[in-house]
Design a protein around this ligand. Structure first.
Ligand code: UD1
Length: 397
């Protein structure tokens, strides 16, 4: 009966939904949701690319790997200071919203465009949903933390990945009825492409052996914008490469700083460090699937390695993803001690880790159910929905 109602709705309502994509870590969060919404007769999902990341290897290759269409709207804001980037997205997106008002705007993650698109939308009275809500590092020196707090304070629907997200939001006075725990959307992308990732042999292309190399990614201003710290990191990486081969995919921010401070040569002269441009999703994940360990300061990689049971050393004093430490393979480290931790890891075996509730590749399905329910669309029952213990909610007119 419900499925009949569902298909009848096709002719009565078409909900226009904007998915905001801006920077590399956003693309794998919108892809599963775009594909899931595309299958719904009532949904017209449109990708809005703000242009915060614009290089082929930071943006286009992700669209290709994740089978996303060319963005429906491109704001082309590019780089700039935080205020410039945030302001430019707000101005460009506001124009676009005034010309064509969607029923719902979905923002993901914590980049400058996330908060900018939220601000532009709520001021026009357009409903906003935040996917990956409630994460907190409690470190306001991180630009992302400020983006998270502001976005969550303003959004109408908050989709969280794990119970700590719900707790953080409730502590900030956000009403329970706005919060829906849907799980981790990054795992949906990983599961969607797992077979393709497995079929590739990227690590072999680089002459690496399965389980015998480490993957390195670094881009956080706190690590790479401070030349003294960056030098210390490079020195440790050089010494680590005497014990295990490293493959370092270099983010544009990091490359700029390595070049400006003449540190590229130090890495080139190290015993065994392969220096690469940033890779696309499939090629990068193939390297992660087959590595011994990861050294990173990324948020998403802490989650992916936890899910895959791969040791991850996170060069940060805190994490907004505590479940990766309590239930996963992630360890926080300092610049002064990560070398020691790598050596310790090399002398022990990999742990097996328990599965985390709702990190199951079905988050997009739960989000679609949540949107449909909130918009008053009769949704058919799906077994994955019963896994969530959050309250139902309404997208109020
Ligand atoms: C941004 C996000 C961060 C996210 C990261 C993932 C904010 C505040 N930060 O940091 O949360 O984890 O993306 O990569 O939103 N650049 C290029 N080519 C590109 C993109 C950037 O050369 O395609 C250069 C820019 O000129 C800039 C630097 O890289 O100088 C940093 O880019 P920016 O968007 O400011 O922040 P990220 O460090 O990438």
């Amino acid at each position: 009966m419900l499925s009949v109602l569902h298909s009848q709705h096709k002719f009565n309502v078409m909900k226009h939904i904007h998915l905001i994509a801006a920077a590399r870590p956003n693309f794998m969060k919108i892809a599963p949701l775009f594909h899931a919404l595309k299958k719904e007769p009532w949904a017209d999902p449109q990708i809005v690319h703000t242009g915060q990341h614009y290089d082929i290897n930071m943006s286009d290759s992700f669209f290709q790997d994740l089978q996303l269409p060319t963005p429906h709207i491109h704001l082309g804001v590019g780089s700039g200071t935080h205020a410039e980037q945030t302001g430019r997205v707000m101005m460009a997106y506001e124009k676009c919203l005034m010309a064509n008002r969607p029923d719902l705007v979905i923002v993901v993650g914590d980049v400058n465009s996330t908060v900018a698109a939220t601000l532009a939308s709520v001021k026009l009275g357009i409903k906003v949903a935040h996917l990956e809500a409630g994460l907190r590092s409690f470190d306001r020196t991180m630009p992302e933390e400020i983006n998270r707090v502001v976005t969550d304070a303003l959004a109408d629907i908050l989709w969280t990945p794990s119970p700590d997200g719900d707790e953080n939001l409730l502590r900030e006075g956000i009403s329970q009825e706005k919060i829906v725990r849907v799980g981790n959307i990054m795992i949906d992308s990983l599961e969607m492409l797992r077979k393709t990732i497995d079929e590739h042999d990227v690590y072999r292309e680089y002459g690496l052996k399965k389980g015998a190399y480490g993957v390195v990614t670094l881009h956080r201003p706190a690590n790479v914008d401070n030349p003294k710290k960056l030098k210390q990191i490079c020195e440790s990486l050089s010494r680590i490469s005497e014990k295990i081969k490293l493959i370092f995919t270099i983010h544009p921010r990091t490359r700029k700083n390595l070049e400006q401070n003449a540190m590229m040569l130090m890495l080139k002269n190290a015993k065994d460090i392969l220096l690469l441009e940033p890779l696309g999703y499939i090629r990068f994940m193939n390297l992660v699937f087959n590595c011994r360990l990861v050294i990173t300061d990324s948020g998403g990689i802490q989650e992916e390695t936890t899910y895959l049971g791969i040791p991850c050393l996170t060069l940060r004093p805190n994490t907004e993803r505590p479940v990766t430490i309590s239930r996963g393979t992630n360890q926080l480290c300092r610049v002064e001690n990560f070398e020691e931790k790598v050596l310790l890891l090399l002398s022990t075996g990999n742990e097996t880790v328990p599965a985390i509730n709702l990190w199951d590749g079905k988050t997009a399905e739960r989000v679609v159910h949540s949107i449909g329910g909130g918009l008053g669309i009769p949704m058919p029952f799906s077994p994955s929905i019963s896994d969530t213990d959050s309250q139902p909610f309404k997208i109020r007119p």
